[in-house]
Design a protein around this ligand. Structure first.
Ligand code: NAP
Length: 522
């Protein structure tokens, strides 16, 4: 029997009382470890975090908590090799893809450490200026932000066991709110190991950081009114979370990051072979293949002027043909596996669903696997679909509705800019769209047109060809989340992320009282 990964709750490592669920190597098909949360006293664990962890964190200043984040960064950096090994084995990712998760997570934590340092020796934040409430300036209203006296429960998706943990935990801990993380079962090992390393290093006060691996049963039931939940995962599970009594009856604050039909748009004036054309082709292929397309931000719909449909399809096909797929331990392999058999089946099903309304421009099913047994490994080659013509782009409703969480994208020709914008909006709200063109005024105008339906608009002109951070990369300085279909959530965006973990209140008082708030160093 493989090792059972312990849960850390109520300040102690605890094993579940059941036999657990196996975590598998998606390439070799072998069992790696087991997780189990059966029999844990979750209400007691939540109370411990709320009372002990919360009080200890709130007693510190932002700068003091930022120093703890910096210390955690050092511990994580010292253990990077172990994390890469776990990612290869449990996520089936090649080194570059593991880096997006592991180093992306550590980088995000480090960024919040720096942001927190700049907040200095304070324990709350002022929100705007004091406002007069009447003619006499003596009685005013000052909004303040103070950390919520609850826990932050994080329920995460399988595709980012490291980044998904730290992009949420960094702003919560910096705000002074204790964290309970429930990683997706399939890839819980990396999250559990990172939490273990940080806990064993004794960086955070007791109760500040807890991890529950295995079933989600009972987690939402343990929530109380001042707790918050941040969820990342499918729209179906998101609906369960939103309708849970903790949320509907106790007003537990919820942030949802769900699935998204992200798009990339080549502006109408782009010529074949132009820099903008090449940039779109390169990025669309990269987005299809990074982490085998298992990225919530990945480009799923590629919109091009109808005259360029054939040229873009050919250029993408040439690049996709160079993608070697298989065992991530083999240096020749560029794209590893999907995370497990269920995801493989789901991608195959989703592909069949889209194929009924599209043509296949590059067929990943014919790609031979390197160093991997096709009957065991959860590997699949990249597939580019296309809607053939502008009528097809309108009528292929599945392309705008179905997220296939794998190396799959669809090319859609459009008639004119108005048509392109209407097609992008059929995603019903996305995490990100990227624009490719060379005219700054046109790019700026389209960015504003699409901003309301996207958490992020990534605009690529030739001058930033070498500088840009990539369509799918979520940078801690920029907002992550999207309206509508994408879940309606907001994460990151620099210090904006702290809002979720603070309560805003208006203090109505005399100018003299309010002056003590702004002058209070801590
Ligand atoms: P999922 O099946 O919805 O699971 C997400 C998490 O919810 C897992 O930890 C899961 O635990 C847990 N869960 C399942 N049922 C639950 C319940 N009834 N109550 C509470 N928690 C429950 O999603 P996934 O398959 O892991 O992730 C893939 C999806 O996530 C994709 O659709 C992708 O687009 C989306 N995603 C979005 C973002 C974003 O930032 N917007 C990022 C990454 C992924 P178990 O694993 O134990 O079932």
């Amino acid at each position: 029997m493989t090792q059972l990964l312990s849960n850390f709750i109520s300040g102690r490592w605890q094993n579940g009382t059941g036999s657990g669920v196996a975590l598998m190597d998606p390439v070799l098909g072998t069992e790696l470890a087991r997780v189990d949360a059966t029999g844990l006293d979750l209400p007691a664990g939540f109370a411990f975090a709320r009372e002990q962890g919360g009080a200890a964190l709130r007693a510190m200043t932002y700068a003091e908590r930022a120093a703890l984040l910096s210390a955690a960064v050092k511990v994580l950096q010292a253990n990077r090799d172990a994390y890469y090994e776990i990612a290869t084995a449990n996520s089936g990712t090649v080194k570059n893809d593991s880096a997006v998760d592991i180093d992306g997570g550590i980088f995000t934590l480090g960024t919040y450490a720096k942001l927190g340092e700049a907040l200095g020796a304070r324990r709350f934040m002022l929100d705007g200026e004091a406002a007069r409430l009447g003619k006499d300036p003596l009685f005013q209203s000052q909004h303040v932000l103070t950390p919520t006296r609850g826990v932050a429960l994080f329920i995460n998706a399988f595709n980012f066991p490291s980044w998904g943990l730290w992009e949420k935990a960094a702003p919560a801990l910096l705000s002074g709110v204790p964290v309970i993380i429930k990683p997706a079962t399939a890839t819980a090992w990396l999250t559990q190991r990172m939490v273990k390393d940080v806990v064993d290093a004794g960086i955070f006060p007791a109760g500040a950081l807890s991890v529950v691996c295995g079933s989600s049963v009972g987690l939402m039931d343990a929530l109380q009114p001042f707790d918050v939940v941040s969820f990342t995962g499918s729209a179906e599970t998101a609906a369960v979370i939103r309708s849970h009594p903790a949320v509907t009856q106790h007003s537990v604050r919820v942030n949802i990051e769900a699935d998204s039909l992200n798009s990339a748009l080549l502006l109408p004036d782009a010529a074949p072979g132009s820099e903008a054309f090449e940039l779109l082709v390169k990025e669309a292929v990269r987005e299809m293949t990074v982490k085998s397309g298992q990225k919530c931000t990945a480009i799923r719909r590629i919109l091009v002027p109808e005259a360029l449909y054939g040229a873009v399809a050919a250029a993408m096909g040439t690049r996709l043909a160079k993608t070697t797929v298989g065992n991530p331990r083999n240096e020749a392999v560029r794209m590893g596996a999907l995370v497990n058999r269920e995801q493989l089946a789901s991608v195959q099903q989703g592909l069949a669903h889209l194929k009924s309304q599209t043509e296949t421009l590059f067929d990943g099913s014919t790609v031979p696997l390197v160093d991997a047994d096709a009957t065991v490994a959860c590997c699949v080659g990249p597939t580019l679909l296309g809607t053939r013509n502008v009528q097809g782009s309108d009528s292929a409703d599945r392309v705008h509705d179905t997220e296939v969480f794998g190396p799959v994208a669809t090319l859609l020709p459009y008639r004119d800019l108005a048509h392109a914008l209407a097609l992008v909006r059929r995603g019903q709200g996305s995490l990100v769209t990227s624009l490719y063109g060379s005219d700054p005024a046109a790019l700026g105008a389209v960015a504003l047109e699409l901003a309301d339906s996207h958490g992020r608009v990534h605009v690529i002109s030739p001058d930033v060809a070498a500088l840009n951070t990539g369509h799918g990369n979520v940078m801690p300085q920029s907002l992550h989340g999207g309206p509508g279909r994408a879940g309606g959530g907001e994460e990151l965006g620099g210090l904006r992320a702290l809002n979720f973990y603070h309560r805003r209140s208006a203090v109505q008082a005399s100018t003299a009282v309010l002056a003590t708030l702004s002058n209070t160093p801590a």
